[in-house]
Unconditional design. Structure first.
Length: 227
């Protein structure tokens, strides 16, 4: 396929910043109570970093062995961006390593996700930038300059379609990537749920049955009565 290089978004605006601030307050699994889409394959896990990842997707699609476009994008990102690398299904070469991750961190990027592998794991731990991948390898990509790939175009990561501008959420449980509007529709309710959870857990330790507190027991009784 020919090169597909699109214009990247400018700095985060006030609306995006406000949404990101709210999302940092949420326990990401709480979003799983409200959403079904946007959850990446469980094997795509955080390799380094300890902080929650909240940022804006900047997509790049490369060939299996050539990371030229990724090196170019690493000089274009800004604060809050998460570079999303589609390797076309390759699981042998690592496009993300010490140099690329330092380049991203130096520009204020929030993190990086590769639908493949990373390398230089000890050096990446020193940087601390959240990096998600399927694993690690010492086999790296090269700078071949192959005229194939895309910047800013839709990609697929961990089984999830991703567009530049989507919101990327990550923690030790995995990754969620979804349009901002979809997350904005549920974030306030998720924050409210998280605020109520300590009281619920306290009631459990006081001896209250979970089903009674959540309404599940009443639902089971109703279902039994209807049979």
């Amino acid at each position: 396929m020919p090169l597909d290089i699109r214009e990247l978004p400018g700095p985060l605006d006030a609306e995006q910043t406000e949404l990101f601030d709210k999302l940092r307050q949420v326990d990401f699994p709480t979003l799983g109570h409200y959403l079904e889409e946007g959850f990446c394959e469980p094997a795509l896990q955080r390799q380094v970093g300890t902080d929650k990842l909240v940022g804006r997707a900047v997509t790049v699609r490369i060939t299996a062995t050539d990371s030229t476009l990724l090196h170019h994008v690493a000089g274009l990102v800004g604060p809050g961006d998460v570079v999303i690398v589609d390797c076309g299904g390759d699981r042998r070469h690592a496009p993300l390593g010490e140099v690329v991750v330092n380049a991203l961190a130096a520009r204020g990027a929030a993190g990086a996700v590769v639908d493949g592998l990373c390398t230089d794991i000890d050096a990446l731990r020193q940087v601390g930038l959240p990096v998600y991948s399927y694993g690690r390898t010492p086999l790296t990509t090269k700078l071949h300059g192959i005229p194939d790939g895309a910047i800013g175009a839709p990609v697929s990561i961990g089984g999830v379609p991703v567009h530049t501008g989507d919101v990327v959420l990550g923690d030790a449980n995995g990754l969620i990537i979804a349009p901002a509007a979809r997350l904005a529709a549920v974030v306030d309710e998720a924050i409210s749920d998280d605020a109520e959870e300590p009281e619920l857990i306290a009631q459990l330790w006081e001896g209250e049955p979970l089903g009674s507190l959540t309404g599940a027991t009443e639902t089971v009784r109703r279902l039994q009565a209807s049979v």
